[in-house]
Design a protein around this ligand. Structure first.
Ligand SMILES: Nc1ncnc2c1ncn2[C@@H]1O[C@H](COP(=O)(O)OP(=O)(O)OP(=O)(O)O)[C@@H](O)[C@H]1O
Length: 276
């Protein structure tokens, strides 16, 4: 069987108002079922454009995305998203429980089953008591947890996350990173996590895909061979973590300068032997 997600020759050009922007030039990569992959690239390199094409919200100019062998040409049923701006993704007039339940109404589930999924998802993100609150009564980090719970309740095969922690403080961000890794390990979901934060990409991912500057291509793919059980205190000070983040940092800097990407051997093997 092929990869769960397959992005092949993806190109996206925005045209209009006398302006032509080639946001994504030629992107090809795959994500296997059950993987946690981080995509990292310089600001403005087309990460959001890529996710919109992957989620069927935007039609690519060329190339295609397939999910479980089916071409994505509209939001696929097995996919859920968590966006950066939690403030805009939750409906302020609905209580937290109703916000989490909203996407479930598209599914043919009984009311009791929907309630069960909502309770379970809120429990998973540590907000079991918040179902009756309104989003605006919660902190930013709690609102982002609600957005994660809403995605979880949907029981997606694939979770796409677009810089989901960019707007929260550092301490909350660390907690949310651990929450995502914990949920990934518990639930065996496939997660594609987009970030411009190199440390976050290396800490979270089993694999990191480094994107070039716009128009975007895949610059390098690195296997993150850190232990499975990661924690904020020890993982981030491990020598291997420093090596991997240095490698990604160098690639991003080179991407900004427009230096050609490394050859195919680097891309397959990850960190070259002389760096280990
Ligand atoms: N709707 C649009 N119309 C025209 N150009 C657009 C549109 N959306 C994005 N772009 C352009 O496409 C390029 C990539 O934008 P995109 O938002 O995908 O990048 P990004 O990597 O997510 O950015 P950031 O890291 O700043 O969030 C930019 O040059 C942007 O100006």
């Amino acid at each position: 069987m092929g990869a769960l997600l397959d992005v092949s020759g993806l190109n996206k050009v925005y045209e209009g108002a006398g302006r032509r922007v080639e946001a994504v030039r030629d992107l090809t990569f795959t994500v296997e079922a059950g993987e946690l992959v981080c995509l990292v690239g310089p600001s403005g390199c087309g990460k959001t454009t890529l996710l919109k094409c992957m989620s069927g919200l935007l039609a690519p100019t060329a190339g295609r995305v397939t999910l479980a062998g089916r071409v994505v040409n509209g939001p696929p049923p097995g996919m859920a998203f968590v966006f950066q701006e939690y403030g805009r993704s939750l409906l302020p007039w609905m209580r937290v429980g109703d916000n989490v339940e909203l996407p479930l109404r598209q599914k043919t589930l009984t009311k009791a089953r929907r309630r069960e999924l909502v309770v379970d998802a809120l429990h998973s993100v540590g907000l079991a008591d918040a179902a009756g609150a309104y989003p605006w009564q919660l902190s930013g980090g709690m609102q982002q947890r609600v957005a994660i719970a809403r995605a979880l309740a949907y029981e997606p095969d694939v979770l796409l996350m677009d810089e989901p922690f960019a707007a929260v403080d550092a301490q909350t961000r660390a907690d949310l990173e651990d929450l995502v890794r914990g949920l990934w390990r518990e639930r065996g979901m496939t997660i594609l996590f987009v970030t411009h934060d190199i440390d976050e990409a290396v800490y979270l991912g089993e694999r990191v895909i480094v994107l070039s500057g716009s128009p975007t291509v895949v610059r390098e793919e690195l296997t993150i061979d850190l232990p499975d059980g990661r924690d904020q205190l020890h993982t981030r000070v491990a020598p291997r973590f420093a090596e991997l983040r240095t490698r990604v940092y160098e690639q991003i800097q080179a991407a900004k300068r427009g230096t050609p990407a490394p050859g195919p051997v680097d891309r397959i093997e990850g960190v070259p032997q002389d760096r280990i």
